[in-house]
Design a protein. Sequence first.
Length: 203
Amino acid sequence: MEAKTTSPVMLYTEQTPNPESLKFVTNRMLHKGTADFRTEDLAKEWSPLATELFALPYVKGVYICNNFVTISKEMNYLWEDIMLKTKEFIKDYVAQDKPILKEGFEEAMAKLEEVKGVAYQYDGEEAEIVQKIKELIDKYVKPAVEMDGGNIAFKSFDKGKVSVILQGSCSGCPSSTVTLKSGIEGMLKRMVPEVTEVVAEMG
């Protein structure tokens, strides 16, 4: 039997601005893209990893992106009591090459987004404004938010109001409102004069 030459799974944790969320970073690519599971039902439908994590009594949300998993916990648990156990669990899971997401997940989410109106079609001048807003969010906001274990996605633009969706550690994070208002709204107003405010919806 040949010995596997794959390097061992490394895993470390990173704090996020949300005290209830912790980022578990691995040296493996888990999912190219974003997968946000707020409910156990959605996890059971699409993610074997998220399903197993939800079986732990303290897990409230699972967000998978690139090489990390952000876990949001129930408030009555302390990270120091559960962090090591969670770390070992994810490490073992990844080391065994178990499936992270089921086939067809991205297509299903894209369909859902269309229904929710994320892919809402704009025309003329409005389409140009929306394009600019999306580019600014992707270039300047997304990378910073990802570092904190979360995600931000453009949802809609209507009469100067930009709606964005917050996922992962950003969802329900006390400091995300401040970031949104002082950082993102400030930047968009400066770069795109048509923007009057930015509001967030939880993904």
